[in-house]
Every structure is written in C-alpha cells, then in structure tokens.
Design a binder for this molecule. Structure first.
Ligand code: CMP
Length: 297
C-alpha cells in the first residue's frame, strides 16, 4: 500500500502533522560513503522501489558504528532496533545455528524486522572487524511512512481539481488516493491495451496524450488531445470488453495515475459523470470510418 508495506503498530503514535514535521539529525559522510549507502539501498529487494528523496533522507540519517571481530550485531528472535549497511568487513548470517550466508561491503541487513514489524529473522555476527552505517528504527520508519503520506496528500489535492471527482466525499477521495499507482509513459507508441486498469489523469500541465482510433486496416485517426485532469480508459471497465481507442503519449513523458479494475468498480464506476461521459466526436469519427469502409463489409 501507500505506506510502503509498513504495518500499523503502537509505536507509530505520532499524528499526521508530527510525522510530516519530524526532523532527524544528519550525520556528515564522504561522497564515497554516500554512494555506497545509496547503492546498498537500491540493491535491496525490499527497498529498491523507494523514491529518490527517501533514499537521500535515509542516507543523511545513517550514523557510523564499529564492531570488533566475533561480536554479534543482530540476534535471531530479538526486537529490531536498527537497520545496517556494511562499509567495511565481512559478516556471517545464521539461522537456528545453521549457516545462511556471508555478507560484505555495500550490503544492507536488518531491514526485515523493521519493515515488517517482526522479530529478527536471523543472527548476524562480525567475522572480521567491521565498519557499518546504522539508522534507528523510528527514524527509518518515519521516513518510509512520511513519503507515503506526502504522496497521499499530493494525490488528494490533485483529485480534488479533477472536475469529475470534485463532488466526491473526502472519504472516497482518500480511498481512491490510496489505491492509485503512478506510471510514467515515454513518447513512444504507448497503447493502453491492457484489460485491467483504467487511467485517471495526467498530472503535469505540459503533458499531453493523444486519443486516436484505428481500424484493423491500420488507419489511425486523430480524435483529440487529453491533458492534465482528464480521465480515460473507463469504458472498457464498464462492460465493453475491448478498448475502443488508442491513447498515445505525445509529450516526451506523460505521468498517469492508474486505478485497477477492482478498485474502479468499487469506488468510481457508479459516478454519474463517468457513466454519462459522452464521446460525441468519437461517435462522428466512427460514422466517418464506417462510411469509408462500407464497401469492404
Ligand atoms: P532482520 O530479520 O531484521 O535481521 C536479520 C537480518 O539478516 C534480516 O533482517 C536480513 O537482513 C538478513 N537475512 C535474513 N535471511 C538472510 C539470508 N538467507 N541471507 C542473507 N541475509 C539474510
């Protein structure tokens, strides 16, 4: 979900505003260390979808710690208090006394107990002297949740500017904001031809998408340009099985907020605006095409 898979738990007792305002200490570090930390975050399977600003914030908040050879950094079954990245040294991971793996520089560990609010899933021990970077649990979780909240706020504000959604209750707008995915299309022939999603709108003012129809004879006809705040892709989700037109990115990149079929049906499809959206131009286009190809039928 939008809070990046972080589960709700009693420790997150901060209010919305407190969560947004909390500031953490930044620890100075060399460019080389910053690079290493960022690379470690990007390499981690559970972290690689983070936003760049989250990666930057986590990097700034990490502080240095050293462990001598043979010391335990994490013990299986404990409650997790920090996430680590290795700068120097070799560490060993074991579970129930069984060897799992060795880890070296530019590797993140200790993230599971904190992301998923479970106890430590394995034991981690220094097998040489080690230099690590660490980030406290609360700091790490706040950064992760904060970005979710900021995105949520941005989506809510945007959805309220879309005329079709302006009459929706705050509750429904919040629910829509929570299920949206953001997808960026490049200016190549992007055809929205999947069956499961609808695209709500393109957020940026200078971004356009072109709506065209094509027949099986490969004749493509321009219909209109769609801009920020317009929605498309809703028809095929309302009973019609196949997409009735192609939508092609015209600007170098177009960012769309996308909602899946199940959420669309649950939250949006009953809206009058969407039910009654008319495609007058579209209808006249069809007439032209029908007339043009009448002799082939
Ligand atoms: P966490 O469960 O918080 O604490 C122990 C850490 O060991 C865990 O997060 C992972 O980062 C790491 N870990 C768990 N299983 C493995 C594995 N099979 N190989 C390497 N690292 C692991």
């Amino acid at each position: 979900n939008r809070l990046m898979g972080i589960s709700a738990e009693p420790e997150s007792s901060l209010t919305y505003d407190e969560l947004l305002k909390t500031k953490f200490t930044n620890y100075p570090k060399t460019e080389t260390s910053k690079k290493l930390i960022k690379a470690a975050i990007s390499d981690n399977d559970f972290m690689k979808n983070l936003e760049q600003f989250q990666i930057d914030e986590i990097t700034d908040c990490m502080y240095p710690v050293e462990y001598a050879k043979d010391l335990y950094i994490i013990k299986e079954g404990d409650i997790g208090s920090a996430v680590y990245i290795i700068e120097e040294g070799t560490l060993e991971v074991t579970k129930g006394g069984r060897f799992l793996s060795k880890m070296g520089p530019q590797k993140m560990f200790g993230e599971l107990a904190i992301l998923y609010n479970c106890t430590r899933t394995a034991t981690v021990k220094a097998i040489t002297d080690c230099k690590l970077w660490a980030i406290e649990r609360q700091c790490f979780r706040t950064i992760m949740m904060r970005s979710g909240l900021l995105k949520q706020k941005e989506y809510i504000e945007f959805l309220k500017t879309v005329p079709s959604f302006s009459k929706l209750s705050d509750e429904i707008v919040l629910k829509i904001a929570n299920v949206l995915d953001e997808i960026t299309y490049k200016k190549v022939n992007v055809t929205i031809n999947d069956r499961n999603n609808t695209v709500l709108s393109s957020p940026s003012r200078d971004q356009n998408m072109n709506l065209t129809t094509s027949t099986t004879m490969a004749l493509e006809k321009f219909i209109r340009t769609l801009t920020r705040g317009e929605f498309f892709g809703e028809r095929a989700l309302q009973g019609e099985e196949t997409r009735s037109a192609n939508i092609i990115a015209e600007s170098p990149t177009v960012t769309c907020l996308v909602i899946d079929r199940a959420s669309f049906n649950q939250l949006i499809s009953g809206l009058n605006e969407i039910k009654t959206k008319r495609y007058d131009q579209d209808i006249s286009e069809r007439k032209i095409l029908n007339e043009r190809f009448a002799h082939l039928k």
